[in-house]
Design a protein around this ligand. Sequence first.
Ligand code: SF4
Ligand code: SF4
Length: 146
Amino acid sequence: MEIAVISGKGGTGKSSISSAFISVAKSAVVVDCDVDASNLYLLFSPLCKEEEVFVSGSHAVVNNDKCTNCNTCIDLCRFDAISKVNGKIRISESACDGCYLCSRVCPVQAIKMIPADKSRMYAGTFRYGDMVYGRLAPGEENSGRW
Ligand code: SF4
Ligand code: SF4
């Protein structure tokens, strides 16, 4: 038997309902597909057997040696991820949404995009069977900020 518990909104009880079903199963294969906040591993503390890097979007990084301080990127970043500290451009990794805009408008190509690779996917076992789940690193791509 396959059971899917879904909702378009957080906080509606998906994890609670799922954990109730899981706790009466004799042998379950549990896949926590919540892209923003996978929670079932917190409830069941699985023993991790496999770990994989999950690349989720991109982050902007700046080469200040190339930057001419035109401020275009600061003015256009709608996530306020770019600031100037001691005269140098600084891009906040956690605030950057990976939209690519700054890398495209920079007149001297001082900004490049790199893969956001701090999130992880895991597979493990727990008292009711097997579990696949993930952990999204702060600021990495999720179901959308708009
Ligand atoms: S990629 Fe987008 S969100 Fe990230 S710093 Fe550049 S303009 Fe801002
Ligand atoms: S757009 Fe490019 S040159 Fe202008 S401030 Fe940003 S990084 Fe520097």
